[in-house]
Design a protein around this ligand. Structure first.
Ligand SMILES: [Fe+2]
Length: 398
């Protein structure tokens, strides 16, 4: 039996639902040199955390649960902790101009600084990571308050991104010591869904040209991850740009990291564009799992979220129609919303991508509804890239 994380229990998810949503599988932690229970939080550094927190509540339907900032004695920055199902975001924005968050934002724009992971044994993970040559940014230590103790450490990954390792098994507070309970004030309109997404499926990293295999090796060696799928070269090449992508996953498949590097195209690829505007490697997109992507897209679009356009030709292509077969709704329902569909030997998935969430053409979201398929939409990469390239062209970055 898989142990559920506290966030999953709070979200009233069970193992079966998580299997359907994100492909959770059984895994024996005892034999794993670096056992990972699941996602802890995705930590963002943004230009205006106060407004971003409003956006993620009012538009994305997330719930504010905890806060740290000047009124709690943290004079450096605001930090808002939001949840939707088992997904947790922490949004940090500088108050003090000397804050490292201000430096990060100046260099990278709005971005993800930390993909924090829940682990059962911080010290064991750090010992293994160090022995394998990882950069340990923060040594294991305890933080305590009246709710108990959280043990954390942090290791470096691509670019300026880190993985904080969190053991919260002895903690009952809202997030971590130093944060206070804070609740959402927006009221959910009548008939609005309780939440628009339930779990985090995968986080994609864009890494330097020619270094994808090094980062794949990093996750194998340091964190005991295994390969899930591999997309190389022609599979995801368009006429002008291409990328190489490999996917690594934690033992229980909760944590999945596709890693992309640019590959030679005739023009600048979308990965090159990301690397240029993010000023280096970083997290490219977060895939949020939903059990009703049609409703999620309808609600988000009504609230002003913009998605990538999918050409009509995508839905009308007879080859694609034949490959897709039967899905739970008529293709016209997908076409009217621009939702993509892909199928493999295990089943199918529905997915859609937003436009970049910040001011730079860097980080964006994917929404994904899985029906057996444990893939990442390989068959859609080409259609997606062509759509992204049309946007890139409008921005003049080709
Ligand atoms: Fe994805």
């Amino acid at each position: 039996m898989n142990i559920l994380t506290d966030a999953e229990k709070l979200a009233e998810l069970d193992s079966d639902q998580l299997h359907r949503l994100v492909g959770l599988v059984e895994h024996d932690d005892a034999a794993d040199p670096f056992p990972v229970t699941g996602w802890d939080a995705v930590v963002w550094a943004v230009g205006n955390a106060t407004q971003a927190a409003q956006l993620f509540q009012a538009v994305y339907g997330m719930e504010l649960v905890a806060y740290s900032g000047p009124v709690t004695g943290n004079r450096d920055h605001h930090a808002y902790v939001l949840r939707s199902g088992a997904v947790r975001f922490e949004l940090r924005g500088a108050v003090d101009p000397a804050s490292p968050i201000a430096d990060h934002h100046r260099a990278h724009g709005d971005g993800i600084v930390d993909i924090a992971l829940e682990v059962p044994d911080v010290d064991r993970c750090v010992a293994h990571a160090r022995a394998q040559g990882a950069t340990v940014l923060v040594e294991p230590s305890d933080e305590s308050d009246e709710h108990g103790t959280v043990r954390t450490a942090a290791i470096a990954t691509y670019g300026e991104t880190r993985h904080t390792l969190v053991d919260r098994s002895r903690y009952t507070g809202p997030y971590r010591p130093g944060y206070v309970v804070r609740s959402s004030t927006p009221v959910r309109p009548d008939g609005a869904p309780k939440r628009l997404f339930q779990a985090l499926d995968h986080v994609v990293g864009n890494v330097e040209l020619g270094r994808m295999d090094e980062w794949v090796d990093f996750y194998h060696r340091i964190m005991g991850f295994t390969n899930m799928a591999e997309f190389v070269g022609d599979d995801i090449a368009t006429e002008y740009s291409a990328l190489m992508s490999k996917v690594v996953a934690s033992g229980n498949h909760r944590v999945k990291f596709p890693l992309n590097e640019p590959s030679q195209g005739r023009r600048k690829s979308q990965i090159d564009e990301y690397l240029e505007f993010y000023r280096g490697p970083g997290a490219q997109h977060l895939a949020l799992a939903t059990n009703d992507i049609l409703r999620t897209v309808d609600v988000l679009r009504a609230r002003g979220v913009e998605f990538l356009d999918t050409p009509a030709a995508y839905y009308e292509d007879p080859e694609l129609r034949a490959r897709i077969g039967e899905v739970r709704v008529p293709i016209s329902e997908l076409q009217s919303r621009g939702i993509l569909v892909d199928r493999d030997e295990d089943g199918y998935l529905l997915q859609i991508f937003t436009k970049p969430v910040g001011d730079r053409p860097t980080v964006f979201f994917e929404f994904i509804e899985r029906h057996g398929s444990l893939g990442f939409g390989k068959g859609n990469f080409k259609a997606l890239f062509e759509a992204i390239e049309r946007e890139q062209e409008k921005r003049g970055n080709v």
